[in-house]
Design a protein around this ligand. Structure first.
Ligand code: SF4
Length: 344
């Protein structure tokens, strides 16, 4: 098992106070991510994946979103205890985020190079920033500017964009190329952790494959830890080391990619449902089986198993008690089916 713990989420609860009531988006999740590892956060829309990312980045909507309990430790430091100024230093430099729609992170009226260089300038140390201001009209500035430009060229080449195109604007790039630019912006400060929120969802299938290939290559070359948020099990299989399956703001199964994809192992009925609802080449089942029903109303969650109204294996206890996590080595399942078992 490689790497020291980089990120530790402990018993996290996040809510949104809305006009229709309190949306319980995250309900007591605990996770650990080690240096250089890639964790897949998998689940359907509304499972709490993006809220987990926004809680880590401290980017929840100011008026409605709130972490009400728990800790998010990055290199041992609880991010929830930091003031906005301290958090600003971590965002982009130590932890950066790639969003689903690349246009949301790109400025349409700045060239690609200017945007990447701006990220670098913002995260220079204060000392360097002062000297940058002082040097702006001097020869030394030209030299430091050349260094920044070289770094921009390198990062663009790394994500497969020719540096000849760096003076172009976002609208001159295709969707896949725009996403590569936002990946370059996320990487430019060598962050220790990247959170990628559905980075391929807004792209065509062929372009998706290219972006995934780039991310796989970067993972091998840079050894940056990553949280990959997706509903696509194919993507997690190709990139992730560990997988957390989320449902109604809880982690209902966690394991290594081998644990989750081993069909001979025990699984949470929801995980099983996710696998049954995707086509498989080695399966001769005539039809796919979608998971029936919908996720429960997040303003009115049952105190028992949150999956019980949709579960084919529901027992009496499932409607009364929330199952405790049962763990064997890295593999964890929260389900009463296995509560009496000694092992998974
Ligand atoms: Fe189904 Fe019960 Fe397990 Fe929930 S606890 S997933 S209802 S078997």
């Amino acid at each position: 098992m490689n790497g020291n713990p980089l990120l530790e989420i402990e018993d996290l609860f996040t809510v949104y106070n809305t006009e229709i009531g309190v949306v319980k988006a995250i309900n007591g999740i605990s996770l650990q991510l080690r240096e250089g590892m890639t964790l897949g956060l998998v689940g359907e829309t509304g499972a709490g994946k993006t809220t987990t990312a926004l809680s880590i980045m401290r980017l929840l909507p100011e008026k409605t979103g709130k972490v009400i309990k728990g800790a998010i430790k990055f290199e041992g430091k609880n991010l929830l205890d930091l003031d906005e100024f301290e958090m600003e230093k971590i965002r982009g430099k130590e932890i950066s985020m790639i969003f689903q729609d690349p246009l949301s992170s790109l400025n349409p009226i700045m060239t690609v190079a200017d945007q990447i260089e701006e990220v670098l300038m913002i995260h220079q140390s204060d000392k360097k920033k002062k000297s940058y201001n002082f040097l702006q009209n001097s020869q030394l500035f030209l030299r430091s500017n050349t260094k920044i430009e070289r770094k921009t060229d390198e990062i663009l080449e790394l994500v497969g964009i020719s540096s000849d195109r760096k003076r172009e604007f976002p609208h001159q790039f295709s969707g896949g190329m725009k996403q590569r630019v936002s990946i370059a912006m996320a990487l430019i400060c060598n962050p220790k952790l990247i959170i990628a929120d559905e980075p391929t969802t807004a792209l065509d299938v062929t372009i998706q494959a290219q972006v995934i290939e780039i991310m796989e290559k970067l993972k091998q070359q840079l050894n940056t830890a990553m949280i990959l948020i997706t509903h696509d099990l194919g993507i997690v299989a190709s990139i992730c080391d560990e997988i957390a399956i989320m449902y109604a703001g809880e982690i209902i199964e966690f394991g290594t990619v081998e644990d989750i994809f081993d069909r001979n192992k025990k699984h949470h009925p929801y995980t099983q449902g996710l696998f049954d609802s995707i086509p498989r080449l080695d399966d001769d089942k005539p039809r796919l089986k979608p998971i029936r029903g919908l996720m429960p109303d997040p303003t009115d969650l049952p105190a028992s198993c949150k999956f019980h109204p949709r579960c084919d294996f529901c027992m009496d206890i499932c409607t009364k008690q929330n199952p405790l996590p049962l763990k064997e080595q890295m593999h964890m399942i929260r389900c009463h089916l296995y509560s009496g078992s000694k092992e998974l």
